[in-house]
Ligand binder design. Structure first.
Ligand SMILES: Nc1ncnc2c1ncn2[C@@H]1O[C@H](COP(=O)(O)OP(=O)(O)OP(=O)(O)O)[C@@H](O)[C@H]1O
Length: 250
């Protein structure tokens, strides 16, 4: 579980995050949503420790990252998996080498142990057959699945995902969403996804935090979001006419 309390962040005179609190539970697909420029990525960076909040706390199962000593910070970092936009694979490495990269960097395991783990993860995302291929030889959806395999290779307790569906067609996007959701449940991971894709939100958003101009304006589940009575949220959720018309019948 990750608990954030009163996270505040400014750049110069620009106040980006204005006292954000919330609880992201273990084994759940948590989402941070909102319009462009509203502070989602800055909040994610504050949670991961890439940015230091001006005020507020981030707790990983009761352990506060910012106040921890170097050992604790290293321990928490090792428990974090990240899936970046576009997959962020190394073009010059095979799929297998890409997935093995965190094990090479962060462990002293034997090559056979590492290979076993890599193949377990590739099998989990349905890409066992593509181990020897180069990223350029596989589709964008497959690249994303390689990214997922790499993000779970270290058995993370926490998984952070930035816009998982950018550049994917709607059907492939749903496959990726479902895979992230299944893995979250199966391995009891605390997953936080930053997104502005309403399809994803409706498919897998078990806890959703909606940000508007740096404030948390609403939180709830995908079951609740279409019934919420918050103007900024409704404008975001029902952003096209067809959806607004459909809402009349909900
Ligand atoms: N390092 C920085 N220095 C100054 N301003 C920044 C910095 N990082 C982000 N910002 C500003 O903070 C605001 C929020 O940015 P953020 O990237 O969090 O938005 P977002 O909600 O993730 O948007 P998008 O959906 O377009 O990615 C923006 O106005 C951005 O310009």
């Amino acid at each position: 579980m990750i608990e954030i309390e009163n996270i505040t962040k400014s750049f110069g005179d620009k106040d980006v995050l204005k006292g954000i609190s919330g609880v992201f539970e273990q084994g759940k697909t948590n989402m941070i949503i909102g319009a462009s420029g509203t502070g989602k990525s800055v909040l994610l960076k504050c949670i991961v420790g890439l940015l230091r909040p001006d005020e507020g706390t981030v707790n990983f199962n009761g352990r506060e990252f910012a106040r921890g000593n170097k050992d604790l910070q290293r321990e928490i970092r090792r428990e974090i998996g990240m899936l970046f936009q576009g997959g962020a694979l190394f073009d010059s490495k095979t799929v297998e080498e890409n997935v093995m990269f965190p094990l090479d960097m962060l462990t002293n395991e034997s090559r056979s142990d590492k290979l076993e783990r890599v193949h377990f993860c590739l099998e989990r995302v349905g890409l066992e057959h593509a181990a020897k291929r180069m990223p350029s030889e596989i589709s964008g959806g497959m690249q994303k699945r390689v990214g997922i395999a790499r993000s779970i290779v270290m058995k993370p307790k926490y998984l952070f995902v930035d816009e998982p569906n950018s550049g994917l067609d709607p059907l492939t996007a749903i496959t990726i969403d479902n895979l992230i959701h299944e893995i979250t449940t199966e391995y009891n991971i605390t997953t936080i996804i930053v997104s502005h894709d309403m399809n994803s939100v409706m498919e897998i958003g078990e806890y959703i935090m909606f940000l508007h101009k740096g404030y948390k304006v609403w939180e709830g589940s995908n079951q609740q979001i279409t019934k919420a009575d918050v103007e900024e949220l409704n404008n975001f959720v029902f952003s096209n006419k067809l959806l607004r018309d459909l809402r009349q019948h909900l």
